[in-house]
Design a protein around this ligand. Structure first.
Ligand code: NDP
Ligand code: HSE
Length: 436
C-alpha cells in the first residue's frame, strides 16, 4: 500500500445536471461502500455549475456549489475531476487545467472526445494522470473498458452498434405502429428522450461521436468525428420501414466501425440501414442501446443496456471514479491510450455495402430493362426485384448484392436522371448476411 491509503480522496464535479446530480446522489448514498471498495473515503470538494444559487434536491452542503469552475480545477487539493458539463468549451480547458494540476479525470463528454480526444490523451500522458470515459458511449453499458482491457489480446474486425436511444425509440415506433417520422419524433419528445433541439440525435452527430470513440479503441488508432461518414434518420419514410418489414428486415440507425480488407485502414460510418429481423441487433427496441463486436478469437460478442438517462449514465461515471480512485490509492495509473496501429481512415466510397432502392415508375414495356441497364453500367449486381401497383403508379423495389458505396451511389444518381423513373422514393443500405 502507498502512503495515500486511507486518506480521503477529494472529488470535484464540473456540472450537476441530469448526470452530475445522480453521480452526487449515489456518491453520498453509498459513501461507506465506495470507501470500502476504494480503500479511502471519497469526499466531494466542490461542484461547479452555471447557477450555483439554484435549489437542488441533493444532500450536499450548498457551500460546495460554485460558478468558478476554473478556480475549482486549479486547486491543488483535488484528486479527481468529474466533467459532466458537456460540449467542447469550457469543458476542454477545464479538463486540461485539472490534469496540469495533477488530477485524474472522468468524463462523459463524447462530443469533446470525438472532436479532440488526442489533446486530452496527450495531456493525461504528459501529467501522469488517468483519463476515463466509460459513460461517453452507450451510457450504462460496460463497453469501453472491455474493449480497452478485456479485448486487448484479440483483434477486433468489426463493431456494429445501436448507440443512440432517441433515434432507436423513433425507429421502433415507426416499425411497430406504422407511425411516420414526425409523429414518432413528437412521441419521443413528449417522453423526454429527444432534446428540445433533437438535431444531435436525429442528424446522427451524437452517434457519429460515439462511433469515433469506439473505432479508436477497437482499432488502436486515433479517429475523430470528421473521419466518420454520417447520415441521420430524418429521411427514413414510413414506406421504407414497411418495405423492410416485408423483406423480413427492420430499420436501425447503425454505427459501423470496420477494418478494411487490406487490414491497413478503418471505415467508420453511421447511417440508417435495414437489418434482418434474425440479427441480434434487430430485437433492440425503444431507447435501449446495444453493441455487437466481431473479434478474431472471441468471435461475436454483444453488449446491451440503457444508453442514456441520469442513473444509468451515473453508473458508468461512478465505475470510472472508483477505478481512478483505486489507482490514486495505489499511486498507479490505469490503461492509457493505445493508438499505435495508426490505421488510415478510409472514405465511404470504398466501403462495400448493399442498397435497397425504391423507384416510382410507369408499368410499361422496357422500364425494367432500362433500370437494370443502369445497375449493370456501374457493375452492380441485383439480388432481388419486386414490383407492386400497375399503370402509372408502379413501384419497383430493388435490392443489390454488395458493391462499393461509390458504385451504388453513382447508380442512384443515374437512376434519378432516367426519364422513366418518376421518383427515387427511398435509398437505404442493407446490412447483415447476404441470403443469395
Ligand atoms: P445537463 O445539461 O443536464 O447538465 C449540464 C450541467 O453543466 C449543469 O449542471 C450546468 O449548470 C453545468 N454547466 C453548464 N455550463 C457550465 C459552465 N460553463 N460552467 C460550469 N457548469 C456548467 O447535461 P447532462 O447531465 O445531460 O450531460 C452531461 C454530459 O454527459 C454531457 O457530456 C453528455 O453528452 C453526457 N451524457 C449524457 C447522457 C444523458 O443521458 N443525459 C448520457 C451519456 C452521456 P446548471 O445546473 O447551473 O445549469
Ligand atoms: N441523446 C443521447 C441518446 C443521450 O438519445 O442516446 C445519450 O448519449
Amino acid at each position: 500500500m502507498s502512503d495515500r491509503a486511507g486518506k480521503p480522496l477529494r472529488v470535484a464535479l464540473l456540472g450537476c445536471g441530469t448526470v452530475g446530480a445522480e453521480v452526487i446522489r449515489l456518491l453520498q448514498e453509498q459513501r461507506a461502500d465506495f470507501a470500502a471498495r476504494v480503500g479511502a473515503p471519497l469526499e466531494i470538494a466542490g461542484i461547479a455549475v452555471r447557477r450555483p444559487q439554484r435549489r437542488r434536491d441533493l444532500d450536499v452542503d450548498p457551500a460546495l456549489f460554485t460558478a468558478d469552475a476554473a478556480g475549482l480545477v486549479a486547486r491543488d487539493d483535488i484528486d479527481i475531476v468529474v466533467e459532466v458539463i458537456g460540449g467542447i468549451e469550457p469543458a476542454r480547458s477545464l479538463i486540461l487545467s485539472a490534469m496540469s494540476h495533477g488530477a485524474s479525470v472522468v468524463t462523459a463528454n463524447k462530443a469533446l472526445l470525438a472532436e479532440d480526444g488526442a489533446t486530452l490523451h496527450d495531456a493525461a500522458d504528459k501529467h501522469g494522470v488517468d483519463l476515463y470515459f466509460e459513460a461517453s458511449v452507450a451510457g450504462a453499458i460496460p463497453l469501453l473498458r472491455p474493449l480497452r482491457e478485456s479485448l486487448a489480446g484479440d483483434t477486433v474486425h468489426r463493431v456494429l452498434g445501436i448507440v443512440n436511444g432517441t433515434t432507436n425509440y423513433i425507429l421502433t415506433r415507426m416499425d411497430e405502429t406504422g407511425a411516420g417520422f414526425t409523429e414518432a419524433l413528437d412521441e419521443a419528445t413528449e417522453l423526454g428522450y429527444a432534446e428540445a433541439d433533437p438535431s444531435a440525435d436525429i442528424d446522427a452527430f451524437d452517434a457519429a461521436a460515439k462511433a469515433a470513440i469506439l473505432a479508436g479503441l477497437a482499432f488502436h488508432t486515433r479517429v475523430t468525428i470528421s473521419d466518420v461518414y454520417r447520415e441521420g434518420i430524418a429521411d427514413v419514410t414510413a414506406a421504407a420501414v414497411s418495405s423492410a418489414r416485408e423483406m423480413g428486415c427492420v430499420v436501425k440507425l447503425l454505427a459501423i466501425c470496420e477494418r478494411s480488407a487490406d487490414g491497413r485502414g478503418v471505415g467508420v460510418r453511421v447511417h440508417p440501414a435495414m437489418i434482418p429481423r434474425s440479427h441480434p441487433l434487430a430485437g433492440v427496441r425503444e431507447a435501449y442501446n446495444a453493441v455487437f463486436i466481431e473479434a478474431e478469437a472471441a468471435g461475436q460478442l454483444m453488449f446491451y443496456g440503457r444508453g442514456a438517462g441520469g442513473a444509468p449514465t451515473a453508473s458508468a461515471v461512478l465505475g470510472d471514479i472508483v477505478a481512478v480512485a483505486r489507482n490514486k490509492v495505489k499511486n498507479a495509473l490505469g490503461t492509457g491510450e493505445s493508438a499505435y496501429a495508426e490505421l488510415e481512415a478510409r472514405p465511404m466510397g470504398e466501403t462495400r455495402t448493399r442498397y435497397h432502392v425504391s423507384l416510382d415508375v410507369a408499368d410499361k414495356a422496357g422500364v425494367l430493362a432500362a433500370v437494370a441497364q443502369v445497375f449493370s453500367k456501374q457493375d452492380v449486381s441485383i439480388q432481388t426485384v419486386r414490383q407492386s401497383g400497375r399503370g402509372d403508379d408502379a413501384t419497383l423495389v430493388i435490392v443489390t448484392h454488395s458493391a462499393s458505396d461509390a458504385a451504388l451511389s453513382a447508380t442512384v444518381e443515374d437512376l434519378r436522371a432516367l426519364d422513366i423513373v418518376r421518383d427515387v422514393a427511398s435509398v437505404m443500405r442493407v446490412e447483415g448476411e447476404e441470403t443469395a
